[in-house]
Design a protein around this ligand. Structure first.
Ligand code: FAD
Length: 331
């Protein structure tokens, strides 16, 4: 039987960090990852650059060397491969968690590779697998993408970029620079005010000079093979179109969280219930780590500001374990 002290779900930066801490402190654990090592980062845009310095992304006391002040995706993948190798982490890749049930004192975790059991569970599943849908006609056409890889596909093409935050601005600029005809459709009256300071003036100037067309206070209302309809303050505008890149953000896997019994706040952020001191959810012995903690407030947590969580979670687990073994005399 596959029985462990701890099961970690998700092999992103948070899950890896937790696995390193569990290794260092002698917990018998397994990390279950549905894809490859740091699967979300692997699927980020090919040319993405982090906004953090490499030093601020370091975990496990292993230096992260980068050639510039902001590391690239390629450098980050190398770094996580090194961590995996150095700590000999116990990871089962291509192992998707489908169901979790608590049976007596143990969690029964059903995956694409069989059933695993553990007394403690960490859910570090992020949010990158579940894009916010436009919910409009034509969204399921192959020309509509919720993930962006690189600009080469879009050279000489008419591209609509939906959204006005960091990813949308990056994608609009990169595809325009490589030769796409770019139109942005932005629900709000302006671009997101926290767009990276080295990107914002660039995109604003491209819009001002008309190189990139932008519709503010507007939304896409339907997509067909060669056109899109945009609802603007001046009425419906139909434009020719080859690709729609919907950079409309992502959301945690609420179906999995609910199936685990994790309560979700009823406000606009739909935050999974947790103790802010030690990240334990409303289900005893089930901890949440990383970006999943923020619910729909997906910019609240990122690698840099979640690095301390692993130490807290593993210490809490070890404290719980040691308190169970104390006899009344030793208390
Ligand atoms: C363009 C871009 C730039 C960024 N730059 C920075 C930066 O400079 N600094 C910074 O700190 N942060 C940055 N971030 C944010 C950072 O990438 C995320 O905060 C980080 O990836 C979150 O880590 P995580 O482990 O919580 O989630 P994730 O990295 O999303 O990992 C979750 C993992 O869980 C796995 N998983 C999900 N569901 C299941 C399941 N059912 N069964 C098994 N496995 C599952 C996924 O495959 C994935 O590997 C950036 C993000 C983007 C998109």
């Amino acid at each position: 039987m596959s029985q462990f002290d701890l099961i970690i779900i998700g092999g992103g930066p948070s899950g890896i960090n937790c696995a390193i801490e569990a290794t260092a402190r002698g917990l018998d654990y397994i990390l279950l990852e549905k894809g490859v090592l740091v699967n979300s980062l692997f699927n980020f845009p090919a040319n993405m650059q982090f906004f953090s310095t490499s030093r601020n992304l370091e975990i496990g006391s292993i230096p992260f060397i980068s050639h510039t002040d902001k590391p690239t995706r390629k450098e980050a993948l190398e770094y996580y491969r090194r961590l995996y190798d150095f700590y000999q982490l116990n990871v089962s890749f291509k192992t998707r968690v489908d169901e979790v049930h608590k049976k007596d004192e143990a969690f029964e975790v059903t995956t694409s590779k069989g059933i695993f059991y553990a007394k403690y569970l960490v859910c570090a599943t992020g949010f990158y697998d579940h894009p916010n849908k436009l919910n409009i006609q034509g969204e399921d056409l192959p020309k509509v993408k919720h993930y962006y890889d690189e600009a080469h596909h879009y050279i000489g093409q008419k591209v609509v970029v939906v959204g006005g935050a960091n990813s949308a601005c990056d994608v609009a600029l990169e595809t325009w620079q490589k030769g796409a005809e770019v139109t942005m459709v932005i629900r709000k009256p302006a671009l997101y005010d926290k767009v990276k300071y080295w990107i914002l003036p660039n995109i604003e100037n491209r819009i001002k000079e008309g190189s990139i067309q932008a519709f503010f206070n507007s939304s896409l209302i339907s997509i067909s093979d060669d056109k899109v309809d945009i609802k603007t303050p001046k009425g419906i505008v139909e434009i020719e179109n080859d690709f729609v890149l919907a950079m409309t953000g992502y959301r945690p896997d609420y179906a999995l969280l609910s199936a685990m019994g994790v309560e979700i706040s009823s406000d606009q952020f739909q935050t999974p219930k947790h103790n802010v001191e030690n990240f334990e959810s409303n289900i005893p012995n089930l901890f949440l780590m990383g970006t999943v903690l923020g619910g729909l407030k997906t910019s609240k947590y990122f690698i840099e500001n979640t690095r301390e969580q692993a130490e807290t979670v593993v210490s809490t687990i070890l404290k719980k374990e040691s308190s169970q073994w104390k006899t009344p005399d030793s208390c």
